[in-house]
Design a protein around this ligand. Structure first.
Ligand code: WAQ
Ligand code: MG
Length: 277
């Protein structure tokens, strides 16, 4: 008889009290999620504590590390999205590239909704305008959206069908959890942005109703971001913001005509996923 392997999920979040009086609230500093085997639990836990205590966003007042057993049979294995990279001269060029890719994803979502074949594309002008409107609204709103995502622990869930945000708690956002790389190196308290992002983006792209994800780090010195979707893969854009700018975050573009927001959120927050990178 084969042994059933037990895994453990570890989730860390750290925050700091900011503001005075009525304005007093917890602001997110750092978070991380792993799924590891029993032997690694203690070391990963220590690495998470260190990461929380050494974050550039500040010194935490509160650190929560949650450890839960996960049964192997509950874990879904996903193939990592294929990765490509786009070099740009300026971050403005990077943003424009990102919008082009988001536009592609929005068009692809319409095709899949309508079961159209892409060759019929050119005869569909009114719909194309509809897509361009969606993109235009999104483009106009992006700077404001990114300011709003900065203090959030999770991502924004933005419905392209209604042009509105769907997170049940808009200050918190929706956080994708219960995920890791299938063959992750055991412990590393310094963050590898790319390794973590490919895992997250792969889980997100596989969630019901997701059209695309746009990510810009909120780390002021990390200017590479990405656009990802099942069709596009993971596309790294080497400059997405000005060096030193801390405004960043994640926006999950969702289509409420394709799936229910609850189902998408349930998948992002509850389904256990290991990504084969
Ligand atoms: N679920 C949802 N949103 C999240 C999660 C999560 N698990 N983790 C982070 N976020 C949101 C949250 O609002 C953060 O403030 C924001 O994303 C940025 O997170 O190929 O480092 O961890 O080299 O600062 C991209 C790598 C790195 C690009 C992105 O994001 C590349 C990064 P950070
Ligand atoms: Mg960060």
């Amino acid at each position: 008889m084969e042994d059933i392997l037990d895994y453990y999920s570890l989730k860390m979040r750290a925050s700091q009290q900011v503001g005075e009086g009525d304005q007093k609230h917890e602001q997110h500093i750092s978070g991380a999620e792993r799924i590891v085997c029993r032997d690694s639990v203690e070391a990963v836990c220590a690495a998470m504590a260190r990461r929380a205590l050494t974050h550039s966003k500040g010194d935490p007042d509160f650190i929560n590390i949650k450890i839960e057993k996960v049964h192997e049979s509950d874990i879904q294995i996903l193939e990592a999205l294929p990765v490509t990279r786009i070099d740009v001269n300026t971050w403005q060029d990077g943003r424009n590239k990102a919008f082009e890719l988001v536009n592609k994803a929005i068009c692809a979502a319409r095709h899949s909704r309508e079961g159209e074949n892409p060759t019929a594309f050119n005869s569909r002008h009114p719909r194309e305008n509809e897509d361009l409107n969606i993109l235009h609204n999104f483009k106009e709103k992006l700077p404001e959206l990114l300011r709003a995502t900065y203090p959030m622990r999770g991502a924004m869930l933005y419905d392209i069908a209604t042009d509105s945000r769907l997170e049940p708690d808009q200050l918190r956002g929706v956080r994708a959890t219960y995920m890791d790389a299938l063959h992750s190196s055991v412990v590393d308290s310094t963050k590898n942005h790319f390794n973590e992002a490919i895992v997250l983006a792969t889980k997100v792209a596989n969630a019901p109703g997701i059209v695309a994800e746009l990510c810009i780090s909120d780390d002021p010195n990390y200017i590479t971001g990405y656009v990802a979707s099942k069709e596009l893969g993971y596309i790294r854009i080497m400059k997405m913001k000005e060096m030193g700018d801390e405004n960043g975050g994640r926006i999950f573009l969702f289509d409420s005509r394709k799936a229910k927001a609850e189902d998408c959120i349930e998948y992002l927050q509850k389904k256990k996923v290991l990504v084969n990178t």
